[in-house]
Design a binder for this molecule. Structure first.
Ligand code: RAM
Length: 856
């Protein structure tokens, strides 16, 4: 089906899955032939064939029938491979160097195993988990392009292994497997605030590896981790996720992971306890090196002290090239602020690290020509790098910024005629990427913690801009591993135990319900709802146990308001908490219904009604429209979270508008209210006011950060803390949903119905946005000039659109320069709640125009 062509839809599909590539030639396959399924479902179709076994390959193809009823061509074939499904598939043991001491921080261990292979082997797979992090070499060659693997998890409940196709790296005769182990989150020894040093999983780095080689005679040769492996050490003499890394190249052991190396002095390994939980295959987007940045300047700020400026705040590390005598030590310290002398100022990001250096790497030269260094088992958040000990005068070529994060792909873009909004959008993307490393973190330097609140507040924009789907699925599993029997959740996930009694509460914990909900809304994913349902209901029960009179009040509130400390918000916690309680319960009621749990659905619906009534009784003054606290957050919360009856809406909106006007059209919210405010003003017809707030450049505003040179989003409006946080990033979702108007429909999720509801605010000349939905690319581009609004939309095949036009004159509406009545499939509907005409359209590309209404 072609995107842009009108009225394209699917009427039936066929899927074939075969255990061999040849088995796909016909129309019936051995593992699964769906047969002709009369269905419009073109996404989220699950495998329903013969149960799959460990290691099994499946080759598959699909074809669909369009509205003409004729089958289209078969797709090209694709394939998948199963991992090790049963515990008994694992013959490998967990091993570690025999002489490791947990008293000090020993160098990163090297583990090595040599073995022989006969000629003519067919294929080889290595299943590997090295904790905390590992790097894998076969015959001197590095395997894969992933870094900082496996992803962080609550290791004593779940750890992840990767499967590597090492067929091309092996050879007949002698082969060598080599592993370097890093400490990572598994052996986080740094004294800090979140007690990872006391984490129940903490132990020395360890390895489980199973190589399976299919030989010419059909038998399998297995090489597994056991005490036949040898242990050595190499150039990484120190690695601390929270401190940095020291690499002494004089201690390199050339050829250690290749055949022919003399390992006679290497030491023994021993069998060690497993991390204690389930080993699962890593089926989510890995962390990779995603790019490099050449510094924009380098200055000597004191004799021998050089400061590089990347011109961009990033997450990753520095790569250094140097030439000098053996033993020369180059020290790099990473920061995101400068002091008055132009030296780095790490004070806004180092205060929680109580032992060792912060974000500091050291490279020691071996004195042989140009040497290139970069760390492997740590990463930093920074824009500036202070370099000392460099032999000679560094140039812009001496250091490169390397970006490292979960390798999300772009799934949407937004641009408009206002440069500041484009700058905010760009910064939101940088902060999002720099804050995903196997888990969504709050910041890449000071904490690297999986704060739940930050993650759900930004999840909608992440889903519009990128493809976090598999990463979110994994992180939600992490919730199951830390949720207490009572349903309680910690504020950071994973956690080693910290964060249950401070830093959580409904406004943070709701991530467990809202992120699956957003995956359903934006992707149509029902499986994620089923996977998390039990945990969600446990959490609701926990909130109910904490409630009094159907309101709740525990944990954190509208964090980081413009004035005062992070907790100095004006909106009481009971208001925002009770609203999340309501939202969570009403979402779970819908989810229960979708999963066919009728009794649960009815029970949660009833509870939601009670909470809503309690909210109105305790917090809403119907006469004045004020909500307790009478702050922007209070009123925006009540309206955005659907706690106000339609009859009371005008009053509450008026109270909100008067608060916004009293702040001279500036934001006066913390992270919670900021998410509600722009959306709800737009939805209730005051997009102009939302736009005024979004485009301010003096304190407090996004623009004010950029006036001070920001390249990422900051933690708070006054800029005193981290400068790479994503918890104020939902404004990017407003760009798509509010300005471009691309919205999912909860009734037909995953963009089966694409709602386009643009807001041509005065002062904005044009907007263009696209988003890759499960059905294909959605586009919304508009211009306004001399009172005429022009909109181009693309609704992808097998979905349909609902276009809300910002006009009060239905008569002025044209589609493709003609009257809508003449366009096949287009049906007028509406008006919507703001009185705008609505047109339902089949898939395809359309050009609309109309006389623009001033207040939209
Ligand atoms: C800070 C974190 C995070 C926030 C918590 C409550 O330490 O950086 O952004 O969610 O506080």
């Amino acid at each position: 089906m072609e995107s842009g062509e009108r009225g394209q839809c699917q009427t039936a599909y066929e899927v074939c899955v075969s255990s061999t590539p040849e088995g796909l030639a016909g129309e019936v396959a051995d593992l699964w032939s769906s047969g002709l399924v009369q269905s419009a479902q073109s996404t989220q179709v699950s495998y329903a064939g013969t149960p799959l076994r460990s290691r099994q390959r499946g080759y598959w193809k699909v074809r669909l029938h369009d509205q003409s009823g004729t089958p289209g061509p078969w797709s090209e074939s694709a394939c998948f491979e199963m991992g090790l499904l049963r515990g008994t598939d694992w013959r490998a043991q967990w091993i570690a160097p025999a002489d490791y001491s947990m008293k000090e921080v020993p160098p990163a261990p090297l583990l090595r195993r040599a073995f022989q292979l006969p000629a003519g082997y067919k294929k080889a797979r290595a299943y590997v988990c090295g904790l905390g992090y590992y790097e894998f070499h076969v015959n001197g060659r590095r395997i894969g392009d992933e870094v900082l693997m496996p992803a962080f998890s609550r290791y004593d409940r779940t750890s992840y292994y990767q499967t590597w196709d090492v067929t091309p790296a092996l050879q007949a005769g002698e082969n060598v497997l080599g592993i370097t182990l890093g400490n990572g989150w598994y052996n986080c020894f740094t004294e800090e605030v979140w007690d990872y040093k006391q984490a129940p999983w903490r132990a020395q780095p360890k390895l489980r590896l199973q190589l399976e080689v299919e030989l010419a005679n059909g038998r399998t040769q297995r090489i597994v981790s056991d005490i036949s492996w040898q242990a050595g050490t190499g150039p990484i003499v120190f690695d601390g996720l929270r401190n940095g890394e020291t690499y002494d190249s004089r201690r390199e052991q050339p050829g250690w992971s290749a055949p022919g190396f003399d390992a006679s002095t290497w030491k023994k390994t021993r069998i060690v306890p497993s991390p204690g939980g389930t080993l699962r295959s890593q089926q989510f987007t890995p962390i990779r090196v995603t790019g490099s940045i050449r510094p924009v300047s380098v200055r000597e700020v004191k004799p021998g002290v050089w400061v590089f400026d990347l011109g961009q705040n990033i997450a990753g590390w520095s790569r250094v090239t140097a030439h000098g005598p053996a033993g020369t030590t180059i020290t790099l310290r990473h920061a995101e602020k400068l002091d008055a002398e132009g030296d780095i100022d790490p004070r806004n990001i180092n205060w929680f690290i109580k032992s060792g250096q912060c974000q500091t790497d050291q490279f020691i030269l071996k004195g042989e020509g140009d040497e290139v260094f970069q760390p492997r088992f740590t990463y930093h958040g920074f824009q500036y790098v202070q370099m000392t000990g460099f032999p000679g005068t560094p140039t812009l070529d001496s250091l490169t910024g390397i970006t490292v994060h979960t390798d999300f792909k772009t799934q949407g873009e937004f641009e408009c005629s206002h440069p500041l909004l484009n700058t905010i959008q760009r910064a939101a993307r940088w902060s999002t990427l720099g804050n995903y490393h196997g888990i969504p973190t709050d910041c890449p330097h000071r904490e690297k913690n999986g704060w739940t609140g930050d993650a759900h507040l930004s999840a909608e924009q992440v889903l519009l801009n990128f493809n976090p789907d598999t990463a979110y699925r994994k992180w939600l599993r992490d919730f199951h591993d830390v949720q207490r029997e009572s349903g309680q959740l910690p504020g950071i996930i994973p956690t080693g135990g910290w964060g249950y009694n401070w830093g959580s509460g409904p406004a943070w914990d709701s991530a467990l319900i809202l992120i699956p909900w957003y995956l359903y809304l934006y992707r149509g994913d029902r499986a994620v709802l089923a996977e998390n349902y039990a945990a969600m209901t446990r959490y609701i029960a926990y909130m109910t146990s904490m409630a009094s009179g159907d309101t709740v009040d525990f944990g954190l509130g509208d964090w980081c308001p413009p004035v005062g400390e992070a907790s100095d918000h004006k909106c009481p916690i009971r208001v925002t908490d009770t609203a999340y309680y309501y939202v969570d319960v009403s979402r779970v009621a819908i989810i229960a219904g979708l999963l066919g749990k009728k009794a649960d659905a009815a029970r949660y619906r009833k509870l939601a009604v009670k909470i809503r009534k309690a909210f109105q009784k305790h917090f809403l003054d119907r006469g004045t429209g004020m909500v307790t606290g009478n702050t922007q957050t209070s009123m925006a919360c009540a309206l955005y979270q659907d706690l106000v009856d339609p009859a009371d809406q005008p009053n509450v909106l008026a109270a909100l508008v008067s608060e916004v006007e009293a702040s001279h059209r500036h934001i006066d919210c913390g992270i919670l209210g900021t998410k509600y405010l722009l959306h709800i003003l737009t939805d209730l017809g005051r997009a102009d006011l939302a736009y005024a707030i979004a485009t301010q450049t003096d304190f407090p505003s996004w623009g004010h950060w950029f006036e001070q040179g920001a390249t990422t989003l900051w933690e708070n409006w006054n800029g005193h803390a981290s400068r790479n946080h994503h918890m104020f990033s939902d404004i990017s979702a407003w760009f798509y949903r509010g300005l471009a108007g691309i919205r999912p429909d909860p009734g037909e999720p995953g963009f089966k119905n694409v709602i386009i509801q643009p807001a041509p605010v005065p002062g904005l000349d044009w907007v263009k946005a696209w988003h890759q939905s499960p059905y294909g690319r959605i586009e919304s581009r508009w211009t306004q000039e001399a009172g005429t609004f022009r909109l181009e939309v693309t609704i992808p095949p097998n979905s349909h659109g609902e276009i809300h036009l910002p006009t009060s004159s239905v008569a002025s509406v044209c589609i493709d320069d003609r009257s809508p009545s003449g366009i096949p499939g287009v049906e007028p509907a509406g008006p919507d709640s703001l009185g705008r005409p609505v047109f339902k359209v089949p898939s395809g590309h359309y050009r609309f125009s109309c006389a623009v209404r001033r207040s939209c």
